[in-house]
Design a protein around this ligand. Structure first.
Ligand SMILES: Cc1ncc(COP(=O)(O)O)c(C=O)c1O
Length: 390
């Protein structure tokens, strides 16, 4: 057996070493080793994970509705007897929610996680005669999809529509199908894709469109259905992937698509077929929490407000994007790590995101906000960041 110590040491030398630190997230706070920190590293954008009243209401409801039976352990793949009614109810609910804002009826397929969905969907559908064209900053789970796929793939510069057009002009004729892939809200840059322009391009070049709305579900659009709903283009999005582990504070993911695509994935998608489904209680909570999140307009407005406050207050530093994710670019990996460590001493948990997750020289703090944070707390956090980044 190979000894991995030299490789681990070189990761340490390069400032790229990762560790698992035990912690307990609790809304706008996180507890580690008995100490409480302000949590700027969670994706719990609506503060649902710490809403104990809601959690109590959910538990009381499921105990009274089905006596607490069939909640834990789906025991097998959904294709082999693990397809508890909770998954079907979640899918029906989401299909109805999205169809209500789309010119055509949509279908929904639930997955165990966004990672399962992103890595499995296009790798199941695209063939060696097809081209997958993706934004350079797509999430690692989509990059792994490219690795698994037999399709040819290329990347366009981040949010660069001229570059996307240029690649299509040159290459479209050589492929049967082309899939354009983007996130709507980018997880590491906190900016929003030019979905309206991408829709024009997909029409112009007869391509299909895949949008990962992991960081937009719950936060953007009417009822928190995401950026594509907000722009009124749901009818143009062939694959809308949303996750349930972030603003919805549950686990799992879902795809909104046509009936034909859904049927094909049930037959071909390895990350759906060859995995045990998550526990039914998670799907039940997803449906319950999603329904509640749809009514959280005031939380969405507050989140937008405090994101603006944080960006304004940090204007002397380099921040990116325009959403509830506020990246502060600090340069080399060591600079981001050292500011993150100084902030820990100030009781602020703000993870450093380093190369190779982000481009070299653009290591950053990725600050993500939570609707549960009062404005004063955000102002105080901004002042401490300014102090630590000096
Ligand atoms: C943009 C994006 N897509 C997909 C995922 C994967 O989702 P999940 O955490 O449900 O596996 C993430 C999670 O970090 C993400 O940020």
């Amino acid at each position: 057996m190979k000894n991995f110590t030299p490789e681990l040491l070189s990761l340490k030398d390069a400032g790229l070493y990762r560790r698992l630190v035990q912690s307990q997230a609790a809304g706008r706070f996180v507890e580690r080793g008995g100490e409480i920190f302000v949590n700027l590293a969670s994706n719990d954008y609506l503060g649902l994970s710490s809403n104990t009243a809601l959690q109590r209401e959910f538990l009381e409801r499921i105990l009274s509705e089905n006596g607490g039976r069939f909640l834990m352990g789906s025991t097998s793949s959904r294709l082999l007897g693990g397809n508890n009614g909770a998954f079907c109810q979640l899918e029906d609910f989401l299909a109805r929610a999205y169809s209500a804002h789309s010119p055509e009826q949509k279908k929904c397929l639930a997955f165990n996680s966004g990672y399962h969905a992103n890595s499995g969907i296009l790798s199941a559908l695209a063939t060696s005669k097809d081209l997958i064209l993706c934004d350079r900053l797509i999430h690692a789970s989509l990059v792994d999809c490219l690795r698994l796929s037999s399709a040819k793939w290329m990347r366009f510069r981040h949010n660069d529509m001229a570059h996307l057009r240029q690649i299509l002009k040159k290459n479209r004729g050589e492929y049967e199908s082309v899939y354009i892939v983007t996130e709507s809200v980018f997880s590491m840059d906190g900016d929003i894709a030019d979905i309206a322009e991408i829709v024009k391009i997909k029409r112009e070049f007869d391509a299909a469109l895949y949008v990962d709305e992991a960081h937009a579900v719950g936060v953007f659009g009417k009822y928190g259905l995401g950026v594509c709903q907000e722009l009124g283009v749901l009818g143009e999005v062939d694959f809308l992937m949303g996750t349930l582990g972030k603003a919805i504070a549950s686990e799992g993911a879902f795809l909104i698509c046509s009936e034909n695509v859904r049927e094909m994935l049930v037959n071909k998608c390895r990350t759906l077929i060859f995995t045990t489904a998550i526990s039914p209680i998670a799907a039940m909570w997803s449906k319950f929490a999603f329904e509640k999140a749809m009514g959280m307009d005031s939380e969405r407005s507050h989140l937008r407000r405090i994101s603006g406050v944080l960006r304004n207050r940090l204007s002397s530093l380099k921040t990116l994007g325009s959403t509830q994710i506020v990246p502060v670019v600090l340069g080399e990996n060591s600079a981001a790590t050292s500011v993150s460590e100084r902030l820990l001493k100030q009781k602020i948990w703000a993870g450093a995101v380093r190369y190779p997750t982000v481009p070299k020289g653009e290591a950053r703090l990725r600050l993500s906000l939570n609707a549960d944070m009062p404005r004063e707390l955000v102002e105080d956090v901004a002042d401490k960041i300014l102090e630590c980044a000096q």
